[in-house]
Design a protein around this ligand. Sequence first.
Ligand SMILES: Nc1ncnc2c1ncn2[C@@H]1O[C@H](COP(=O)(O)OP(=O)(O)OP(=O)(O)O)[C@@H](O)[C@H]1O
Length: 452
Amino acid sequence: MIESSKILIVDDEVEYRETYRMLLEGRGFFVGEANSVQEALEILEREYYPIVLSDVIMPGKDGFYLLNEIKRTYRDSIEVIIVTGYGSIESAVRAMKIGALGYFIKSRNPEELFSEIDKAKRFIKLETQNSIAKREAGSKLFLSQIKSPKMFRVLKEVDAISQFSSNILLTGETGVGKEIIAKLIHQKSKMAKEIFLPINCQAISDNLLESELFGHEKGSFTGAASRRIGRFEEANGGTIFLDEMGEMSLNTQVKILRVLDTKQIERIGSNKQIKVNFRLISATNRNLSKEIELGNFREDLFYRINTINIEIPPLRERKEDLKGMIDFFITHFSNEMKKNIKGIERNTEQYLLAYDYPGNVRELKNIIERIVVLSTDGILRLNNLENIKTKELNISQNGKIIPFKEARKRFEVDYIKDVLEKCDNNITQAASLIGISRRQLFNKLVEYNLKS
Ligand SMILES: Nc1ncnc2c1ncn2[C@@H]1O[C@H](COP(=O)(O)OP(=O)(O)OP(=O)(O)O)[C@@H](O)[C@H]1O
C-alpha cells in the first residue's frame, strides 16, 4: 500500500463518499471514510491518513472545525483539502488561512481534485524528505563507475533482493556507504516512489528515540505539547532505515521486536493499536554476534532484522575504485564550489592512492573537500601529509563520537587556522577566500580564541 496515497474522505452524504471512493480507488488510492467530523477525528486517532478530503457543511461540527483540529493536533503531518458544494471566495480564503492545502468545488471537473491531491502528496513528501534532500543536494553517486569485484558483488546482491520486502541488515565499517546502499535498495524496490526514512539511532537519546519512532499523545510526558506521529507511522508503505542499530538500548530493542512481530504500534501514552507496514533496513558497524554474547543485543531481534545480510567492504579493500573516486569527488567539489581545478600534485595523488582510509569513503570525501577549499591556484595539494590522519579522525574521543557542535567547532578551528596560514595571517584576504565578511571572521577568531 502506498502511504502518501491514503486518503480519508469526510462527508455526511453517502453518495458523495461513494463517488469519491470510486474515483480515487480507480487511481490507486487507498480510501477511508467518515460520515462526520467526530468520526473523522476518531479514525485519525487510530490510523494515520496523510491526506483528508473534507466537506464543509455537515450535521454537528463543520469542515472548518475539523481543519482547525487537524492543524492544531497534527500540524503538517496531515494535509487537508476542503470540498464544498457552494464555492465562495470568502470560504476558500478562510480555509487557506486555517491551513488547508487545497480547495475543491463539487461541481467542477474531478481532474481539478486530482491536481489538489497531487499537490498535497508532493507537500507531504517534501516536508518529510526535506532534510534528506538537503543533505543530498547536488550529490550524485559513484556507483555506475564501480570496478572493484567486492563492491560489484554488493551491487549484484542489491539488484537481487530489492524487489522482496525482507528485512535487511547492512554491516560494514563507519563511512563505507551503508546509507547510500540502503537508499539504493529502496530506489530499486516496489516502494521506490514512497518515502525512505533514515533514522540515526545513535544521534537520538534513548528516551527521545522511543517517542521519535512510536510517536506520542499530547501530555503523555513532560514536554509532549501536542500529538506526534511517529516515524513508523510516517514510513508506512515505504522504507525505514535504522542506522547504528547496535546502539539501541535493550528496552527499545524489545519494542522494535514487538513491532516487527505484530506490525502494530502504540503511540506513547495511548493503548490503541495502529497498523503499520514498512520495510526495515538496519545498519551497524558493530559486530552484533559479539554484542549478543556480551548481552548488549537481543538474539531474537538480530534474527528478525537479519533476514538478509549485506556486508559492505572497507575502502582499503576496493582499491580498484580509488582513483575513480578521487576524480569523482574532485569534480563534485570543484563544481559545487565553482573552482577551476587544473590538477593534483603528484605527491598528493600518490599519498591518496596509498593511504588506507580508516574512515572510508567519508574520510576520502572530507579530504578532497578540504584540499579543494584550500587550493588557491587550481592545484590540489596536501601541505602536511602527516597531518591528515589526526585531522580526519578527529571525530571521536575515548571511543565515543563527539557531538556535532563540538566536531563543527574543531573543523572550523582547523579550517580557519589553515586558511590564515596560507594568507600569512591577513584577515581581509582570508575572509575573502572563505567567502565571509572580515567582521564575521574576526568574530570567529574571538569566539575560538585564535586572535594571537
Ligand atoms: N558510492 C558513493 N558515492 C558517493 N559518495 C559516497 C558513496 N559511498 C559513500 N559516500 C559518501 O560517504 C559518506 C558516508 O556514507 P554513508 O553515510 O552512507 O556511510 P555509512 O556506512 O552509513 O556510515 P556510518 O556507519 O558512519 O553511518 C557520505 O557522505 C556519502 O555520501
